[in-house]
Design a protein around this ligand. Sequence first.
Ligand code: ZN
Length: 403
Amino acid sequence: MIFFKSSFFCCFAFLVIFGVHSSILSGQKIHFLSKPPIWEDLDPLQKTITKKEFVRALKTIYTPNQTNWDHIELGPNYADIRKMYGKEIFYRLHFSDSSQNAVPNKKKPFIILDPGHIGGEFAEMEFRHFQIPGYRQIREGEITLNIAKILKKKLVQAGYRVELTRTDNQPVTEQRPKDFEKDALEWFCSEYKFKTLPKLEELTRKQHIIIENRKNLLFYRTAEIHARAKFIHQKKPDLVICLHVNAAPWPKDGTQKLANDNHMHFLVNGTYLKKELHYDSIRYHMIYRILRKFSSREIEVTKNIAFEFVKQKTIRPFVYLGKYASSVDKNPYIWSRNLLANRIYDAPVSYLEPFVANGKDTFEWLNEVENSESKDSVSFVEFYSQNVAQGIIEYFNSNQSNH
Ligand SMILES: [Zn+2]
């Protein structure tokens, strides 16, 4: 049995976005595993957004804490967006004179469900696993997969087309940690200021663990999310739902004492930091999402889902204290954050983080026998999937009747 100090903590884990190193390719500053952006791919989206809409998207969702932009220069009816960090080369985006409809409405929406993490034999490696003596193991990747399977049934019954990014506890990517040995070592050298690549036998045990963890991270997070992004890009869904369960940090003394806390929050893409926007690939993705007008659907769907959860079980909203997340529309449960998944998935993304898995209440709920015959007890996965299904259905119903 392995106990991890910081295991099973979604929010914390994504903070290390900049720990996942970038590469400098022919002068471009690119986020690790991202391809150098081809700005001309935005050409079909020319003249599809007004200047007012573009500036509003930046100010309210994408860069709410910034009053000026280092890489975007606004002209009278265009914006010049820097193509390469440190270079005076710009992509000129022309604005339209009048507002155009955002995402087209379909009669039978196509939804991709993304069960967070991998689970199974990978749960320990991805720090999404814990076990309290005498109780079953809790693996986030397996809970989210169960939710996805139940949710799919509900949505299919309601007439939606639904697919999952994964249907078992195996990675989508074909890469494995061993494929990232060189990258992990290079990262280690730059992070710990080694001038040349050290010999492995000269490293301490602690340094070996740091490199090992980096190798694993590049596999289970970076490569895995890129593989899922590729799947989503090919499928072209109307909506992606990322399913997660949150967790609280374990006490600092190393014990695994369940927390007395429980909270919920739900994420949309946004709040890009200045330092993030230095990366050409990240800047490109932000502009792409603005032009595709993903955020209106993201926010509305997420509001509907959050509403269902809160209606059924009111617990406190999680509150971010850092500048890397911002509250959306003054809704205490909805936040915008720039995560790898909700940035590179090519669709509106609703990213769900309800409940604290290692909090007393949720832990007990997770341990109750599923499909209990008692009418009063609804299993955790059933409750979760029912609220998400209801939120999605409400959103598309009201959206269609409005058009
Ligand atoms: Zn998670």
